[in-house]
Design a protein around this ligand. Structure first.
Ligand code: ATP
Length: 448
């Protein structure tokens, strides 16, 4: 069970090079973060794992990588220009701008309901009763395409990756000769002008999503919905090693659900700030393809060879944020225990996710024969395991502490015995047990 605080995660992330504030030397910019050397390895491992499970392991799921800027007509048709809105209130006294639904502690975004709930509420920042009535605010980020900054050149940074999945539905169906059911998956950046970005990388303005839209015949809704809910849960538990106690289902009631969605289930993770949304599975019905048919004037109906009928496919959507997943994985792996009477901090990451699979050290760094033997082992391990770290700083105890903190599953030490019989000491991150193995046994088999 995760009892980690937001501060624990933020400090570790900064101290060890997982996540830095964007524009750090300029004091940062709210809602934007950079991944450091370890963070980018972890992010890449998460994306690879998802891509493997989602695309490679499903013969009927295809990948795309769409542009961040699409025709603004896409976002008009999808309803984002008119409706991609969050309710907010402003404080007339201190100028704070706050999410009305968060302040009212509700999942509802209904303005009259929020107004009622916030009637006697004071501003949480200054304590004054000077909040405005809730209103809606469009979260899409705007830009201009080309040299002239006028209404006709306005474009938007995509607020979700799904848009270009829908606009490529027909291209993919045709080029891959795909039959229903089939899915289109995409990993990529999205932008939301969130009113109050916060909780570290949980709510940001530039995010990355991993989304898949599964196109189906309407009669498949229930089975496909169950399939992709199960996929998300199993992925988190089995592929990322997240403990089940840190996860729970949250079903949207009518007030929370988008008007077109027939059903919506989110998986909530026990983030340091409480159980919050990590991964959504939604039944979007034929809303999207119908909207894009109307918007584009193109026929996006599917012709069923068997029944000789045409219809607009339904869509089951699976959508998760990369940053939230990284934060969940860090929080889930974060542990403090005691070894030989000494406290230590250890990241119990699954070896497949760990930024470095092993660290290689010579016992002493001033003994050239140990160093050169260690370098040979280091080169061998890089070929064998990929991301491996050379660590000859400080004494062995310190090296172990450092590697524990970044979740390196194995520490390999080259000592005088290595020179005699070719064996090395390997030390396990979780149990802290040490044993000697022959260098030829240093393979991926050690990382299970
Ligand atoms: P929330 O209710 O938390 O604002 P949402 O319901 O708007 O999220 P979706 O539009 O369903 O989220 O987006 C799919 C996924 O993208 C979410 O489950 C989450 O993991 C991620 N995500 C959405 N908004 C953000 C954000 N501002 N920062 C980080 N991740 C986000």
């Amino acid at each position: 069970m995760s009892t980690v605080s937001l501060e624990d995660i933020t400090n570790l992330a900064k101290r060890r090079g997982f996540v830095f504030q964007a524009s750090d030397i300029y004091g940062g910019i709210a809602g934007f973060w950079d991944y450091g050397p370890l963070g980018v390895e972890l992010v890449n491992n998460l994306k690879q794992e998802w891509w493997r499970a989602m695309v490679r392991e499903h013969d009927n799921v295809f990948g795309v990588d769409g542009a961040i800027i699409q025709s603004p007509r896409l976002w008009e048709a999808s309803g984002h220009v008119a409706g991609f809105t969050d309710p907010l209130v402003d404080c007339k006294n201190c100028g704070a701008r706050l999410r009305a639904d968060h302040l009212a502690d509700t999942d509802s975004t209904d303005l009259s309901e929020l107004k009622e709930l916030l009637k006697d509420k004071a501003c949480p920042v200054c304590g004054k009763h000077t909040l405005t009535e809730p209103r809606k605010y469009n979260m899409m980020m705007k830009t201009w395409v080309g040299p002239v900054e006028d209404e006709s050149s306005v474009a938007y940074l995509r607020p979700e990756t799904a848009g270009s999945i829908f606009t490529n539905y027909e291209n993919v169906r045709e080029t891959m000769r795909a039959k229903l059911p089939f899915g289109i998956a995409q990993i990529g950046k999205a932008f939301r002008n969130e009113i109050s970005p916060r909780d570290f990388i949980f709510r940001v303005r530039e995010l990355e999503q991993m989304e898949m839209q599964y196109f189906i015949k309407p009669e498949m809704q229930e089975t496909a919905y169950a399939q992709w809910r199960e996929f998300a849960w199993n992925f988190l538990v089995e592929r990322l090693g997240i403990s089940k106690e840190n996860l729970q289902w949250h079903e949207h009631d009518e007030k929370e659900r988008a008007h077109y969605a027939a059903a919506a289930h989110d998986i909530y993770f026990r983030f340091p700030q409480g159980f919050k949304e990590l991964w959504g599975t939604h039944n979007r019905t034929d809303f999207d393809l119908s909207a894009h048919q109307r918007g584009s004037g193109k026929d996006l109906q599917y012709f069923d060879d068997e029944t000789r009928q045409k219809f607009t496919p339904y869509v089951i959507e699976s959508s998760v944020g990369v940053g939230r997943m990284l934060m969940a994985v860090l929080a889930n792996a974060f542990a403090e225990d005691e070894l030989h009477g000494e406290k230590r901090l250890v990241l119990k990451l699954k070896p497949s996710l760990a930024p470095y699979k092993a660290a290689v050290s010579p016992l002493l760094k001033n003994k050239p024969e140990l160093v050169s033997r260690a370098q040979e082992v280091y080169a061998q391990l890089k070929r064998e395991l990929g991301a491996v770290m050379w660590d000859d700083n400080g004494n062995i105890g310190k090296r172990y502490r450092r590697q524990d903190e970044i979740g390196t599953p194995l520490c390999v030490t080259i000592d005088f015995q290595t020179l005699e019989d070719g064996t090395v000491t390997i030390r396990d991150r979780d149990t802290a047990e040490q044993r000697r193995v022959a260098t030829r046994e240093l393979t991926t088999d050690l990382l299970t």
